[in-house]
Design a protein around this ligand. Structure first.
Ligand SMILES: [Zn+2]
Length: 297
């Protein structure tokens, strides 16, 4: 059992890294990220994940990857609100864990990268010591982790403090009022679904999976990079995200502007590729503990 939990954490890590993309995301984005990640789980890892899933997931991790964003959850788990993002200093375009990872009250480690570290630790601890299984709610740990890995790859979940990651930048997405954060969470993906994938999420997922094995294969090594002694590496993801936010999300998206085809068509590859990189993370070399599990299970 312990081994299985460890495997879960390994999977998540892979999964986390796999999500190097910008699917920070609304429901579709989180579903796509988790669905692609599931395809890289071993048989044993799949079984371990299913063992932790709630009945509402119906055996599919992707079905609960947006759980942490549900209104009822946000209300009941109000304390978790700050764990979905990390704010960075305006126009600095960089991220520093010790400087940036805190909530609005200044409490350290309460941000998306801190949460990824925390829930990974919970899952791995339960693997190494069965006593921890009763200490933590591992089902929630799995659902939070799979969600936050998605969030950290959405560039504006690591955006500027002054505009709250684009939430305060009010503009138009084509003819509709929107804010920049919502454009990156939802509008780009949903517009692509309608224009290029016949509003069929499965077709979009298949297209991304194909890119991962073909067009983006040369990026896999860099997406897999993580310090040798660490199980998870959320800091590089946050750094990449704020860099992408400056280069693409904020650029030409000033308050009152109208974002249309030019913005959509030039930013969509960023969204898609970030998703691809997260999948590559999945395929990266396993950490020692995970390798051990692979051998043992
Ligand atoms: Zn979220």
């Amino acid at each position: 059992m312990g081994l299985k939990y460890l495997w879960v954490s390994g999977v998540i890590i892979v999964f986390l890294q796999l999500i190097t993309g910008s699917f920070g995301w609304g429901q579709h984005g989180h579903y796509v990220v988790c669905k692609i990640a599931e395809g890289y789980l071993s048989e044993n890892a799949t079984a371990a994940v299913k063992e932790l899933l709630p009945a509402s997931a119906e055996g599919d991790l992707a079905n609960v990857c947006s759980w942490a964003d549900l209104w009822a959850i946000r209300t009941h788990y109000y304390w978790s609100r700050a764990l979905h993002y990390v704010d960075t200093p305006d126009f600095r375009c960089n991220y520093d864990y010790s400087r940036d990872c805190h909530d609005s009250a200044g409490r350290k480690n309460r941000c998306v990268t801190g949460a990824i570290n925390n829930y990974t630790l919970q899952l791995t601890s339960a693997c190494h010591n069965p006593a921890f299984k009763s200490r933590y709610n591992l089902t929630e740990a799995l659902m939070f982790l799979s969600h936050f890995v998605g969030d950290v790859h959405q560039p504006l979940h690591c955006g500027f403090l002054g505009d709250l990651g684009g939430n305060r930048i009010h503009l138009h997405w084509y003819h509709r009022k929107a804010n920049l954060h919502h454009v990156w969470d939802t509008e780009i993906i949903d517009t692509a679904l309608k224009k290029f994938y016949s509003s069929d999420l499965n077709i979009m997922i298949e297209s991304l999976q194909k890119n991962l094995t073909e067009n983006w294969s040369n990026y896999i090594d860099s997406w897999e990079e993580c310090d040798a002694n660490r199980t998870v590496c959320p800091n590089p993801y946050a750094s990449e995200s704020v860099s992408l936010a400056c280069k693409y999300a904020y650029k030409n998206a000033t308050p009152g502007s109208v974002l249309g085809d030019d913005y959509f068509l030039s930013r969509l590859p960023v969204v898609e590729k970030t998703t691809g990189s997260s999948r590559d993370s999945l395929s990266r070399r396993p950490k020692p503990c995970i390798r051990f599990l692979r051998v043992d299970l």
